[in-house]
Design a protein around this ligand. Structure first.
Ligand SMILES: CCCCCCC/C=C/C(=O)SCCNC(=O)CCNC(=O)[C@H](O)C(C)(C)COP(=O)(O)OP(=O)(O)OC[C@H]1O[C@@H](n2cnc3c(N)ncnc32)[C@H](O)[C@@H]1OP(=O)(O)O
Ligand SMILES: NC(=O)C1=CN([C@@H]2O[C@H](COP(=O)(O)OP(=O)(O)OC[C@H]3O[C@@H](n4cnc5c(N)ncnc54)[C@H](OP(=O)(O)O)[C@@H]3O)[C@@H](O)[C@H]2O)C=CC1
Length: 308
């Protein structure tokens, strides 16, 4: 999906998917008013889907919804976009989000568990409240939404779910809480893909690299250039776009992915297959090396030499 506007001409919009692909479909996108979620919401709407966006902050929801409606109007389309305030950490609010959507639109075809996040901290400094906040947001919230979507609608009618992971494949220094939670999301995705296949519910995930710039994501780290720092470790030598995440999500929701479930697609320009994520450990002396020789020297009385 790309947009351009010059001298009052209408926005040019394109998606790699055919127009009307998601006509008559209903989706929930958590965190759909900002960043990656906003990109997904726009593409789903553009393809004919009715979308409910859900997150915590009312002002963000209303600002995002207005921007999305204006954007779609410029593209000559009418958005069926609905807003629900919901903290995915709260079970009652999650139950209500799903029931409100089904009551209002008569069904729920797609669930995109995009909402989430974390803060940077060495793991040794994370307080229990902070650990719980991040795990509840990213793992428990995903579980609650999946469970309620399934029990309230998809179990009897089928559907497709896409969860959000991250580049935690080699661990995630300074985001240990989120790395652990997202690894849990990847594993939960596999489990649900198997358990719910019999109900024609597909469950997949996407794992963006530490590299998808949006103003809100950058603001969360207080530094707009933080994503540029990732480039050195990305074989494609650039950051990613929200559209590059959105197109993978739309594919996973589409009939073209009808035989794919339990899978996590990496969207990271090869970053996770290449050295480390965009963190540099402080310089330090090499750690102790083990060899038969060094062990002998260590165990030997002070000053004695190995005879091996
Ligand atoms: C170096 C390169 C980094 C590049 C990263 C690139 C990868 C990008 C990945 C992304 O995910 S981008 C998306 C960014 N957006 C977000 O993360 C938004 C969502 N995040 C949040 O809302 C918070 O981080 C949250 C903690 C998940 C939830 O916040 P909430 O407001 O609900 O929590 P609180 O109840 O206020 O706080 C709970 C508890 O958490 C601890 N804590 C929160 N913030 C911090 C912080 N900045 N530093 C340290 N600790 C923090 C703290 O213990 C809080 O409790 P109190 O001690 O304040 O009582
Ligand atoms: N940008 C990147 O490089 C990467 C991003 N990701 C993940 O992608 C997702 C989208 O991130 P991105 O768009 O970049 O960043 P944003 O900060 O723009 O998006 C986070 C969204 O999640 C919502 N959210 C956070 N906590 C909750 C909650 N408890 N309940 C409901 N909604 C919540 C926020 O809305 P509100 O605050 O109003 O609740 C916000 O809309 C996140 O899960 C993020 O961690 C993963 C890997 C890399």
């Amino acid at each position: 999906m790309s947009t351009s506007k010059s001298m009052g001409t209408p926005l040019h919009v394109s998606s790699v998917f055919r127009p009307g692909l998601f006509d008559d479909r209903v989706a929930i996108v958590t965190g759909g008013a900002t960043g990656i979620g906003k990109g997904i919401t726009k593409e789903l709407l553009f393809l004919g889907c009715t979308v409910v966006i859900a997150s915590r902050k009312a002002d963000r929801l209303s600002d995002g919804a207005k921007e999305i409606r204006d954007w779609l109007a410029n593209a000559g389309q009418k958005a069926t976009l609905h807003v629900v305030q919901c903290n995915v950490r709260k079970e009652d609010e999650v139950k209500s989000l799903i029931s409100t959507t089904v009551d209002r639109f008569g069904k729920l075809d797609f669930l995109i568990n995009n909402g989430g996040g974390q803060f940077l901290s060495s793991t040794a400094d994370i307080r229990l409240k902070g650990w719980n906040a991040v795990v509840e947001t990213n793992l428990t919230g995903t579980f609650l939404l999946c469970r309620e979507a399934y029990n309230q609608w998809m179990k009897d009618h089928g559907g497709a779910i896409v969860n959000m992971a991250m580049d935690m494949w080699k661990g995630y220094p300074y985001m240990g809480h989120s790395g652990a939670a997202r690894a849990g999301v990847v594993n939960l995705t596999k489990t649900l893909g198997v358990e719910w296949a019999q109900s024609n519910v597909r469950v997949n995930a996407v794992a963006p690299g530490s590299s998808i710039f949006s103003p809100t994501a950058a603001a969360n780290y207080g530094n707009a250039s933080i994503f540029d720092g990732a480039k050195v470790n990305i074989p494609m030598k650039r950051t990613g776009t929200v559209e590059e995440v959105s197109s993978a999500v739309c594919f996973l929701l589409s009939p073209g992915a009808a035989f794919i479930t339990g899978e996590t697609i990496r969207i990271d320009g090869g970053q996770s297959f290449y050295i480390t994520p965009n963190f540099r450990l402080p310089d330090s002396k090499p750690t102790d090396m083990y060899s038969w020789q060094s062990q002998f020297d260590k165990d030997a009385p002070h000053g004695s030499k190995s005879k091996l």
